[in-house]
Design a protein around this ligand. Structure first.
Ligand SMILES: [Fe+2]
Ligand SMILES: [Fe+2]
Length: 364
């Protein structure tokens, strides 16, 4: 299962290799984490990793979407080097190629669009966040019936939506506390900066739809957004889709100033934002792309039992099929209507449980 680094504890076993922000292998799969490793991961900006959970990788494969780690790292590096190295037209082709491969993976059904919440916990901020927002936006675009060309425009805009952040001073971007009004005003300039970088430096070869997504991804349906305070239909639906993906990904990721919110809380927040902060059509297309209770999550039931989520039906995402940890019994919450999920297992209990699994693994 994928856990934000704030959930990690010594003794947890890595289920997949971990790469740093530059694509360098930091720790290999099978490593039993030490407290030194965990602080090193945080120092390297790694915000979430895959650790072994009650279900094996094999058991989870059916239930979740996997974007190959190498593809993620490669996409991230393409965007990073393009943003850092003068944003040349020749290199822009590699950005479009990356988005094409995301679009094709989703259209071919190799990345199922109803189980993308796994990618919501980004591994390192801005670049990984951009890749995640791109994948989630394209998946929602598919649900809106967009054709491949429009999906490409949406994907490129979503991948570059925070490009302007490269002009925000790092001490503001990574400030652990609340921003002062002056710092927040600086931060709020990033959509305009990103738009100008695309239109002025590269006019004519970045589609206007993609550029408008960059400019308008912080506009809100009710007019409360920035930079222009646009309202309702003044905001193109592609920008509203990117806004929904951006909001969801930001709140489910550990940040320097606050820990991640669990997916079911983020899901409910997005549901509540439909028709107020966000265009209802964008929310409706986006929500089936994420699970409030992703496969592999440890939850507590109203019976007091602890269970692990196996799979869920996008039509009834709050009633997944689960397995009781104590007995291995499978319970379908769509049938057991008297039982409800009361919450996720708190981080401390999830850690204790993972630590309890350690001796058996270590003996192998
Ligand atoms: Fe942004
Ligand atoms: Fe963003």
């Amino acid at each position: 299962m994928k856990l934000p680094t704030s959930y990690l504890a010594p003794g947890m076993i890595l289920a997949r290799p971990v790469y740093g922000q530059r694509g360098v292998l930091l720790l290999n799969r099978g490593v039993s984490l030490t407290s030194f490793d965990i602080s090193a991961l945080r120092r390297h900006g790694v915000l979430a990793v895959y650790v072994e959970g009650p279900l094996s990788e094999e058991e989870l494969r059916e239930a979740r979407a996997v974007m190959e780690e190498e593809v993620r790292v490669h996409t991230m590096n393409v965007v990073r080097s393009w943003a850092e190295n003068g944003r040349r037209r020749a290199n822009f082709a590699s950005i479009v190629d990356q988005v094409k491969s995301v679009v094709d993976e989703i259209l071919a059904g190799r990345m199922p669009t109803n189980a993308l919440s796994e990618i919501s916990a980004a591994d390192s901020y801005t670049f990984a966040h951009s890749v995640d927002v791109c994948v989630l936006s394209v998946a929602a675009g598919v649900r809106l019936g967009y054709k491949r060309d429009d999906l490409l425009k949406l994907g490129v805009g979503a991948l570059l939506h925070d490009l302007g952040k490269s002009r925000v001073p790092p001490e503001i971007l990574n400030k652990p506390g609340k921003l002062t009004p002056a710092e927040f005003a600086e931060m709020k300039k990033h959509p305009v900066w990103g738009y100008k970088m695309l239109r002025e430096d590269m006019d004519g070869w970045v589609d206007s739809v993609s550029a408008a997504i960059v400019l308008n991804h912080h506009e809100r349906y009710d007019g409360s957004g920035y930079p222009r305070g646009l309202k309702g239909k003044e905001i193109h639906l592609t920008a509203a889709v990117c806004a929904a993906a951006d909001m969801y990904n930001a709140i489910t990721t550990d940040r320097v100033y606050r820990p991640a919110l669990p997916p079911h809380e983020a899901y409910e927040m997005l549901m509540g934002a439909g028709g107020s902060a966000l265009d209802f059509r964008a929310v409706q297309a986006f929500l089936p792309c994420v699970d409030p209770y992703p496969a592999g999550m440890l939850i507590r039931l109203s019976t007091g039992e602890i269970a692990v989520v196996l799979s869920s039906d996008p039509a009834m995402p709050f009633r997944p099929k689960v397995m009781l940890v104590a007995t291995g019994e499978i319970v379908d919450l769509q049938k057991e209507l008297a039982v409800v999920i009361t919450g996720l297992l708190p981080p401390a209990e999830a850690r204790a449980m993972a630590a309890g699994m350690r001796p058996a693994r270590a003996a192998v």
